[in-house]
Design a binder for this molecule. Structure first.
Ligand code: ZN
Length: 170
């Protein structure tokens, strides 16, 4: 496995709409394994392929508690089939917007269709943090980063902070 480099805002690639995966094969599984390792190393709880520069509809997530065994999850071509009217607010962060957080409202629950690691069709009803996280990751596949929900002023402030942070790390 390999650790990939994570794109940060304002990289224009993060605005790109990712395309559907046609075949779930070993090449894709290698990418998903690398994405998972990259996410764990960051550390983070979710990562979309576009965040490592690959514009395809693939997500990895792990929402297990710190002390619990790992629970890697893989979502290929995820599609939202239903969202609740009720909203939930979470203080969201993103590996592409390091060290910045904001309260974001999203549907509290959602239903999702996707292909798993082996290419088998699955569906799931997501609630709580899982629902928020999967919607956040799915947004990446449509070129949306959570700061896009904020005012233009706040967004440019966040982008400026990230640019400074990235420069300091170089
Ligand atoms: Zn993100």
């Amino acid at each position: 496995m390999a650790i990939l480099s994570i794109l940060t805002v304002p990289d224009p690639l993060l605005k790109k709409i990712s395309t559907a995966v046609k075949t779930v094969d070993d090449d894709l599984r290698i990418l998903m394994d690398d994405m998972l390792e990259t996410m764990y190393a960051a550390p983070g709880i979710g990562l979309a392929a576009i965040q490592v520069g690959r514009p395809i509809r693939v997500l990895v997530m792990d929402l297990s508690e710190d002390e619990a065994p790992p629970d890697p999850q893989f979502y290929i071509n995820p599609e939202i089939a239903w969202v609740s009217e009720e909203l939930a607010t979470y203080n969201e962060g993103c590996l592409s917007v390091p060290e910045q957080y904001a309260d974001i409202d999203r549907p509290a629950e959602c239903k999702l269709n996707y292909l798993d690691y082996h290419g088998t069709r699955q569906n799931i009803h997501a609630t709580g943090l899982f629902s928020t996280c999967i919607q956040h990751e799915l947004d990446h596949l449509n070129g949306i980063v959570f700061i896009d929900y904020l005012s233009a002023l706040k967004r440019s402030m966040y982008v400026r902070k990230v640019k400074k942070l990235v420069k300091e790390e170089d």
